[in-house]
Design a protein around this ligand. Structure first.
Ligand SMILES: NC(=O)C1=CN([C@@H]2O[C@H](COP(=O)(O)OP(=O)(O)OC[C@H]3O[C@@H](n4cnc5c(N)ncnc54)[C@H](OP(=O)(O)O)[C@@H]3O)[C@@H](O)[C@H]2O)C=CC1
Ligand SMILES: O=C(O)C1=N[C@H](C(=O)O)C[C@H](O)C1
Length: 270
């Protein structure tokens, strides 16, 4: 049985991770961590997740005896989570988006000591759609008349980063396909458009972030050509695809040596 600590346990995602882990015989929830000023400190993590009592109060101190940490929090909390995972010699599933490049470097350094999965989306459907987007790009990049790629993401009004980490990952993968051949022009990443922008150039990817209501996350990749359009769309109907993916990653990490892994690795999509 894996001893799991959930960081950001009182948040939208943290509560679903606690709920799914508590119902999975492979896990024992041993810690529900929040920052020291959190209004839910001391409350039972099971009650917060809508379950019966788990006897795990939300706390700000990390126990030492944990096998894996699952983090859905905010970038400002992430450095402390990485340090705690290394100190406890625990595997780490890092799901928080909006990290700085220094934080990605820090994760990379930590991965010399512990096994880490970082992915902007833990969802199976999203990761499959990423692979499809790579294939569509490879097939269309030299099409007569050119192909314009735009990424539209929609999320709930509470989301603090834009564009989503998932949209950025889609863009990175698609850009790599365009740039694959030596001498190919570099792709520009254009965030929104306003004013007298001039005509669209062929070597850009556009990003558009929509924030409305309680949308748990939706991404549409538009491949626009002369005369026809393909759209790849993937939409969550609730947060459990992300929580289940994070728990699948937590289990998968137990058999891995120290290193940095992605959901493609977890899902066998390399
Ligand atoms: N990879 C994936 O599949 C997914 C990633 N995400 C990402 O996960 C993150 C969390 O999303 P969500 O659950 O919706 O956000 P929430 O704001 O609901 O939850 C974040 C939790 O972390 C807490 N927190 C904030 N600052 C700190 C801190 N300094 N130390 C410790 N805890 C802190 C928050 O506390 P407080 O309420 O006091 O701010 C809150 O309880 C986001 O980055 C989001 O983009 C989300 C879904 C899927
Ligand atoms: O904040 C969210 O909700 C989500 N964030 C992730 C992202 O930024 O890509 C993943 C998912 O789309 C939900």
């Amino acid at each position: 049985m894996l001893r799991i600590a959930v960081h950001g346990a009182a948040g939208r995602m943290g509560r679903r991770v606690v709920a799914l882990a508590a119902g999975d015989p492979d896990f024992r929830v041993v810690a529900a961590i929040e920052h020291a000023d959190h209004s839910d400190l001391g409350k039972d993590a099971g009650f917060l997740a809508g379950l019966s009592e788990l006897d795990v109060p939300v706390a700000s101190a990390w126990p030492d005896d944990i096998d894996v940490i699952v983090d859905f929090s905010l970038p400002e909390a992430v450095d402390g989570v990485i340090d705690s995972a290394v100190k406890a010699n625990a595997a780490l599933v890092m799901a928080t988006t909006g990290l700085t490049s220094e934080q990605h470097d820090r994760l990379k350094q930590a991965s010399e000591k512990i096994a880490i999965v970082w992915a902007p989306s833990m969802s199976l459907a999203v990761n499959l759609t990423m692979r499809m987007a790579q294939q569509v790009t490879a097939a269309l990049k030299d099409v007569s008349g050119g192909v314009d790629v735009e990424i539209i993401e929609r999320h709930h009004r509470f989301k603090e980063d834009a564009p989503s980490g998932t949209a950025l990952k889609f863009g990175e993968l698609i850009a790599a396909e365009f740039e694959r051949e030596p001498g190919a022009s570099a792709i520009k990443h254009v965030h929104g458009r306003e004013g007298k922008t001039g005509m669209r150039t062929g070597n850009e990817i556009g990003y558009h972030a929509v924030r409305t209501g309680d949308n748990p996350g939706e991404h549409t990749i538009v491949f626009g050509m002369m005369g026809e359009t393909i759209e790849l769309k993937v939409a969550a109907s609730n947060r459990d695809s992300y929580a289940a993916g994070a728990l699948a990653a937590a289990k998968w990490l137990q058999d891995q040596p120290a290193g940095m892994y992605s959901m493609f690795d977890v899902l066998g999509m390399k």
